[in-house]
Design a protein around this ligand. Structure first.
Ligand SMILES: [Fe+2]
Length: 161
């Protein structure tokens, strides 16, 4: 059974993911304000940089499907996703990993959308193929991000998901 069988659900998920990727891109603004080791900063840089790329991929598909690109927080998302004030590096990455896993699962669900809905959104067959290929790549990237976070968390915190 497809994970997404309703066009509105797919649209709302795409808009949310656009927003989350934009928030994750902003994570690097914390670099100057938090105490971290070089290795931690490098990890944060990668996550932030990739999120910028992911955000533009999601934006490309929103535009192709003539869906509004959100300019304000989509319903159901917290106002500030990332607040690292006073947190240690392992704590920071244990916050981030939750969203990496959430993103990975969201892209998996999107990949598993009823083909009829994807046809309704993207009239062009090549677009449909590319959309699915992009999602596969996004899933792989988020899996990598999850592993980057795990490495930064180390044995310090137990991850539950
Ligand atoms: Fe990510």
């Amino acid at each position: 059974m497809p994970a997404i069988e309703n066009k509105e659900v797919l649209i709302s998920l795409m808009q949310k993911m656009y927003w989350i990727e934009a928030e994750m891109e902003q994570m690097n603004t914390w670099e100057a304000r938090i105490e971290m080791m070089d290795e931690n900063l490098e990890a944060l840089e990668i996550l932030s940089h990739d999120s910028e790329r992911h955000g533009s991929i999601v934006e490309k598909w929103l535009r192709k499907a003539n869906i509004e690109v959100p300019e304000t927080i989509p319903k159901g998302l917290p106002k500030h996703i990332f607040d690292f004030e006073g947190l240690s590096s392992p704590e920071i990455f244990s916050r981030i990993i939750k969203y990496e896993i959430l993103a990975m699962n969201a892209y998996k669900d999107m990949l598993n959308t009823d083909p009829g809905i994807i046809r309704a959104l993207f009239g062009n067959e090549n677009d449909r193929k590319e959309f699915l290929q992009d999602l596969e790549q996004l899933i792989k990237d988020e899996e990598k991000h999850t592993n980057i976070c795990k490495k930064q968390i180390g044995g310090y915190l137990k991850i539950k998901y």
